[in-house]
Each structure stands twice: as C-alpha cells, then as structure tokens.
Design a protein around this ligand. Sequence first.
Ligand SMILES: [Zn+2]
Length: 326
Amino acid sequence: MEQIYLIITYTLAGILGLCFGSFLNVLVYRLPRGMSIVMPPSHCVSCGARVRWYDNVPVLSYLLLRGRCRDCGARISPRYPLVELANCLLWMGSVAWFFPRGVGMVAVACVACSALIVVFCTDLETMLIPDSMLVVLGLCGIAALLLDVFGLGVGIGWQARLIGMAAGFGFFLLLFLGCRLLKGEAGLGFGDVKLMTAAGLLVGWQGLLVAALFGSVAAAVTMAIRAALHRGARETAAGEPPREHAARDDISGAACGEGAEPASEPSGRGEGAAESVSEFSGCGGEERDGEVPSKAFPFAPFLAAATAVALFFGQNIVGWYLGLFF
Ligand SMILES: [Zn+2]
C-alpha cells in the first residue's frame, strides 16, 4: 500500500514539474527582455501564430512536432523540452531527497531548483540574471532558515546559513572587484555576487564551499575546452567570413512559442536596461557567448548548477571530506 502512495507522489511531482518547467521557459525568454510574463499568450517568434493548447504539452509536443513550429516550420530551441525535463527531474529528486526530512523543505527545494534553472538559462543566453529570481532564491533561503529554527528543516542551522550568506557576498565581491581591476578573460558580474549571497543563505557555509568549488572547477574546465576548440576553429576557418550571426539567430531566435521579435536582445545591456534585470555577469568584454572572440564568459550557469548540487548533497560532501581527516 505504501508503495502505491510513493508511486502516486513521484508521478504527481514529475507531472507538476513538467508543467511548471513549461512556465520556466516563458520566464527565461521574457524576464531578461523586460516583458510581461502573462501577456501576450505564447506564440511563435517566427510567424506569430499562437501556440495551440495541444501543441503546448511539455516535452511531448516538441517530440511530436520534431522541434518545429506547426505553422511555419521554424526550428524550436531544444532548450524548451530540456528545461521541462530538468525541472521534472529536480522536483522528483526534491521529493525523494527531502520528503523524509519534512514537507516544508520539499517545497523550498522545488522552488529553489526552478529559480536556479531560470538563472542558468538566462545567463547562458543573454548574460543577464533576473533580479526577481534572486529574490525568489533569497526567500527560499529565509524559508529554509525558519524551518531550521523551528526544527522542521534539514538541520543546517541558522548560524551556518547566515555565515554562508556573509561568506558568499564577501568572497564573490572580492572576486568581482579583482576581476574589474584585472579585466581578465574570465569575468564575474555583480549578478553573480548577488546569486552567491542568496545561495549562501540557502545552502549554508558548508554548501557554499561545495558550490563555489564545483562551480569554479566546472567553469575553468569548460573555459579551457572552449579556448582549445576556438584555437582549432580559428586555424581551420582562417579567411572565411564570420557567420555567427545567422547561426545564433537560428538557435535563440527561432524559438517557437515565445515573444514577438525574433532574437531581440535586451538593449543597453549592463546599463540598467530593464529594472527587473541585474547587471550582466561577465566583465570581460562585449561579445556574447557563441560569438567569435568570446571574452565574456557566463559564470552563473556553473554557479547555479553547483548550488543545486550543494542544495542536495552539500552537507554529505563536506561531511565525507572532513571524515577523511578526523
Ligand atoms: Zn511559426
């Protein structure tokens, strides 16, 4: 009997996760552009046709339509089904991992994971971290702290969370200022500082260590690979005219189901274009990810992913590591 309840719970979490993931795609496209998240209804960015309800089924519609708009055949970004799937898995994971420790923490983890997915995607696509998502993460941190205070949380403790918040702010502020001074290849924006301040509150100082370490290592490895690929590409394609703009429009612009203008980039990036948007992360240069010289490097996707890892396994990883010595 208990098995049946478990199956129902997981299925429900998965289905709700998929549907909410669909909404996250709306946030990913609209928040950095300062658009309303309710109006207008979802439509194709290429032909403007409204997305029919039966073409709006998470993941399934993308597969049935083979990643193309039903009306004009424009390519739909694979980001749509991937975000839905990621949210589904993280919500099921939140139920599996946190349910034995209290229902409150399940809700906090689900909301936090969804906000981290949005941060991951917006920073990757536009180099912007929406302030609203940082507020959501901060509120998740406060909720987790209150759960701890009342003995309903995961037992990180309010002290460890406040230390984590202060450490996240202090450490990443220093990195940010250092990066500003050096104007190095790897940039860190103030959005990243705010992200890690909220993350510190959410996962405590132990989790923050895990998030900072994993995020930095993953970013460094990716940067090294990208630099190597870049060198190779430049050697082979020397003399050829750059074609990145066409390629990029195809990827981010022809995403069906969202927005009115194709591939409209947020204007005045980094100068407070939209109020709801924090400074773009990456102080290196003007180039966007995917374009040739690629000086600016989006850091927040790595930090967001590592924060999700820390949310689930931070305490276990630090506990295991300390166990090697004590
Ligand atoms: Zn279309």
